[in-house]
Design a protein around this ligand. Structure first.
Ligand code: NAD
Ligand code: DAU
Length: 352
């Protein structure tokens, strides 16, 4: 049986990855390590929490002795590392939290994996680091795309911390021969997305008749991918990706912020049976994000051609699924925004 450590599995993308692996690979023992920060929520995994091949561990990747002890106890065969501080706006107000979790935390995992696996010559082991397209900086020419060879140019504390962690992963691959693989993905959307991020924030605010804050003129462009398709890509790369390689993941699905916000408004009006144009009236242009990257666009040709992955959903279908999920799970939205789930799970698990 393979023992697999997934970090950050209580978060948005991590919960979809954990669900996919627990259900698709009953012979793997899946350990979900998560600190349960404001962004981590075990409610996301209610449906699989009692599966015999699933174990939750509460803990902090910044705590090196805890991480070393965890590796020594379980002798994992593989790691899929998603735990991170993930929100750009928070990185502007609290950069050190990003340095600690995204850089120091990643190095703690790399060290533990190296020290635990080196005696076996790393046979059959794999350290998979989940990263972002933001490490490449921003694009200006509409014909340009980020490829795996685009030079790194991180411009926010978040992207600088992720770029740094990517460099450490590659350095451990080069220096210690740790078997590593990295993916850099574009903006995800879908169920369980925390409502500090653009799409769930707009859905939440429309439901509560609050202003919809659009930064600057809403001209910035992002490439959107349904979260389950990202989880499928992670499965593909974890099993078939070539060690030492990097794969970009994206949806070839670029939207200006204002256009995507308008589409969310239209979809919400139709689902809520309101006259078209009702939600749009809530759009409010606000001060731009400091250092706001203009455009991200991923060229996902490599993973498509070499590993056969491709997105399974058209964007309109994915957005409708997402809106339906939030409308059917308004209690989830209320509980994450009020911190109720956090209080509940904090009382169940002790901090390490
Ligand atoms: P998220 O914020 O929803 O979840 C992060 C998870 O990590 C949470 O469950 C949190 O409790 C946990 N965590 C944070 N600090 C921790 C620590 N010190 N120790 C242990 N656990 C900790 O993030 P997400 O959007 O699901 O992103 C997951 C990963 O994917 C991140 O590495 C992010 O950089 C990357 N990524 C995200 C996107 C996106 O669009 N959301 C796109 C590309 C890459
Ligand atoms: O590109 C991948 C990245 O996508 C991930 O690495 C990050 O973890 C993830 O948070 C996301 O980063 P963004 O900054 O692109 O996502 P966010 O949802 O915060 O913002 C999307 C765009 O919408 C961005 O241009 C800023 C804008 N925005 C955001 C918020 C929260 C607004 O206009 N208003 C808002 O209130």
């Amino acid at each position: 049986m393979k023992k697999l450590l997934i970090t950050g599995g209580a978060g948005f993308i991590g919960s979809h990855v954990v669900r996919l692996f627990v259900t698709k690979y009953p012979d793997y023992q899946i350990f979900n390590l998560d600190k349960l920060t404001y962004a981590g929520n075990l409610e996301n995994l209610r449906d699989i929490e009692n599966q015999p091949n699933y174990t939750f561990v509460k803990g902090d990747i910044v705590d090196a002795s805890f991480i070393d002890a965890l590796f020594a106890e379980h002798q994992f065969d593989g790691v899929i590392h998603l735990a991170a501080e993930s929100h750009v706006d928070r990185s502007i107000s609290e950069p050190m939290a990003f340095v600690m979790t995204n850089v120091v935390g990643t190095c703690n995992l790399l060290n533990a994996a190296k020290n635990t696996w080196k005696a076996s010559g790393y046979e059959g082991k794999r350290f998979y680091h989940v990263s972002t397209d933001e490490v490449y900086g921003e694009l200006h020419n509409p014909e340009d795309f980020f490829t795996e060879t685009t030079p790194y140019d991180p411009r926010s504390p978040y992207s600088a911390s992720k770029a740094s962690s990517d460099h450490f992963v590659r350095a451990y691959g080069n220096t210690y021969k740790l078997p590593v693989v990295i993916t850099n993905c574009s903006n995800n959307y879908g169920p369980n997305h925390f409502p500090e991020k653009l799409l769930p924030l707009m859905i939440h605010n429309i439901l509560n008749n609050k202003p919809l804050p659009v930064y600057g003129k809403g001209e910035n462009v992002r490439d959107w991918l349904f979260v389950v398709d990202h989880a499928r890509a992670i499965d593909t790369v974890f099993h078939n990706g070539v060690l030492g390689e990097t794969y970009n993941i994206g949806g070839f699905n670029e939207w200006k912020n204002i256009d995507i916000v308008m589409l969310v408004c239209k979809t919400m009006d139709s689902k809520l049976g309101r006259p078209e144009g009702t939600s749009e009236q809530l759009i409010t242009y606000v001060t731009d994000r400091a250092g706001h990257d203009l455009r991200y666009a991923i060229d996902a040709t490599k993973i498509m051609n070499e590993l056969g992955w491709k997105p399974s959903l058209q964007f309109e279908e994915g957005l409708e699924k997402t809106v339906d999920w939030f409308l059917n799970n308004q209690e989830w939205l209320d509980n994450v925004t009020s911190g109720n789930y956090q209080k509940y799970y904090d009382s169940m698990y002790t901090n390490r």
